[in-house]
Design a protein around this ligand. Structure first.
Ligand code: MRU
Length: 357
C-alpha cells in the first residue's frame, strides 16, 4: 500500500462538481432520471423500497456507489412502511424489501454491501421510532462515499504526470456516486491541479454512459472533454495521446481482478500493448474479499434490445440475436494501480490487496 505525496493536489480546488444523482429531501428519495440525460433533467421522488429497487434495475440510478446509496435510503423507506403497517413489530415486515433491494442488480458489490450495513443498523434500531437512526446511517454511507472520492481524487491525481492525456470509460462521476466520482474524481482533481492536457471519454455502448453522462457532467462542470467512439480507443493510444486509462469498478476480487463496465477489459489489453498505464479507482466498499478471483464474479446480462437499438432507434434487423453482457473482468495483471481511499495498491495481487482489509 502506498500513499503518494498529495501536497500539490487539493480535491477541494477542483472545478465544479455541481451535479447530484441521489438526494434525500422532504422525507423521500429523489433520483435524477439518468435515462433521460442529456436531453432532460428530471428528478423522480420515490416513496417505497420496491420503487427504489425498480429504479436501480431500470437504470434510473446507476454506478456502483450510487446504487448502494440509493438502496440504503430504500431501507429507510422499507422501515417506514413496516412501522406504518406493524408498529413496534416493524422488523417482521421488512425482509422481502431488503432482499429486493439487494438483488436489484448482481455485479456491483456496493449494493449488497450497503444493504448489509443497513441491516446492522436495523438490528441496533429501537422498536419505536427507528427511522431517525436508519436515516442517519444512510446519510453516513452517502457522506462517507463523497469523502472517500475526494481522498481518492487526491491520491490518484498524484500519480499523473503534468501534461498527460487520459481516457475514461462509462460514467464514474457524481452521477455514479454520492458526489465527486471515483475515476472521474481523479480526473477532476488532476484537472484542478493543472496536470491534464486532454480528457477523452469513450461513448460506452450500448447505454452510452460516456456520451450521455460523462460528457454532460464534465461540460456542466466546465471541464473540457473530447468524446470518442469506443472503437477509436486503440488508435488514440497508438498516437500517444493518452498516458493513462482511468476507470471505476463494480467489484474487485481478492486477487485484484476487476469487474467494470463492458469494454473495460479491451481497453486494459490495448493499454498494456501500447505502454499506456491503467488505473482502477474504487472505494474499499467495492472490494469483495469473499470472492477469490474474477471468475467468481456474477456478470449481469441485460436485454439484447439494448444492443439492437441505438437509444430509441432500431440499429439492427428486428429478429437478430444479440448478447448483452453489462460488465467484463479485467485481470489484475493488466492493472498498474488500484486507488482506494485508504491508499494506492500498485500492481495488485492477493497479498498487497489484503493490506486494505
Ligand atoms: O451499468 P452501470 O452504468 O451501472 O455501470 C457503471 C460502471 O460500470 C462504473 O464504471 C462503476 O459502477 C464504477 S462507478 C463509480
Amino acid at each position: 500500500l502506498t500513499l503518494p505525496d498529495t501536497t500539490r493536489i487539493s480535491s477541494a480546488a477542483s472545478t465544479g462538481d455541481c451535479v447530484r444523482a441521489v438526494e434525500w429531501s422532504d422525507a423521500a428519495l429523489k433520483l435524477l432520471d439518468q435515462r433521460l440525460l442529456p436531453g432532460e433533467e428530471r428528478y423522480l421522488a420515490l416513496h417505497d423500497a420496491p420503487a427504489v429497487a425498480n429504479a436501480i434495475r431500470d437504470m434510473v440510478v446507476r454506478g456502483a456507489p450510487a446504487i448502494g446509496i440509493a438502496a440504503a435510503y430504500g431501507v429507510v423507506l422499507a422501515v417506514r412502511a413496516g412501522v406504518v403497517r406493524h408498529g413496534a413489530q416493524w422488523r417482521s415486515l421488512i425482509e422481502p424489501d431488503l432482499a429486493l433491494l439487494s438483488s436489484a442488480r448482481p455485479t456491483a458489490v456496493n449494493l449488497a454491501w450497503a444493504v448489509e450495513r443497513m441491516r446492522r443498523a436495523v438490528a441496533a434500531a429501537p422498536d419505536s421510532d427507528p427511522e431517525s437512526l436508519l436515516l442517519a446511517e444512510a446519510r453516513a454511507i452517502h457522506d462517507e462515499d463523497i469523502a472517500a472520492n475526494r481522498r481518492m481524487g487526491e491520491l490518484g491525481a498524484a500519480l499523473i504526470a503534468s501534461g498527460s492525456g487520459v481516457l475514461t470509460h462509462c460514467n464514474t462521476g457524481s452521477l455514479a456516486t454520492g458526489g465527486f466520482g471515483t475515476a472521474l474524481g481523479v480526473i477532476r482533481a488532476a484537472h484542478g491541479a493543472g496536470r491534464i492536457r486532454d480528457i477523452y471519454a469513450d461513448e460506452t455502448r450500448p447505454w452510452l454512459q460516456g456520451a450521455r453522462l460523462t460528457a454532460w457532467e464534465l461540460m456542466r462542470d466546465g471541464i473540457p472533454v473530447t468524446l470518442i467512439a469506443d472503437s477509436a480507443a486503440s488508435l488514440l493510444m497508438q498516437r500517444g495521446r493518452v498516458q493513462w486509462v482511468i476507470v471505476g469498478a463494480d467489484r474487485i476480487a481478492a486477487n485484484g481482478d476487476t469487474a467494470n463496465k463492458i469494454g473495460t477489459y479491451q481497453l486494459a489489453v490495448s493499454a498494456r500493448h501500447h505502454g499506456v498505464k491503467f488505473m482502477v479507482v474504487a472505494p474499499t466498499s467495492t472490494i469483495d474479499f469473499a470472492t477469490e478471483t474474477g471468475a467468481g464474479i456474477a456478470i449481469e446480462e441485460r436485454s439484447g434490445v439494448e444492443v439492437t437499438k441505438f437509444g430509441a432507434c432500431r440499429a439492427a434487423p428486428p429478429d437478430v440475436q444479440a448478447w448483452n453482457p453489462a460488465f467484463d473482468v479485467t485481470p489484475a495483471t493488466l492493472i498498474d494501480a488500484i486507488v482506494t481511499e485508504k491508499g494506492v495498491v500498485p500492481r495488485p495481487d492477493p497479498k498487497n490487496l489484503a493490506a486494505l482489509r
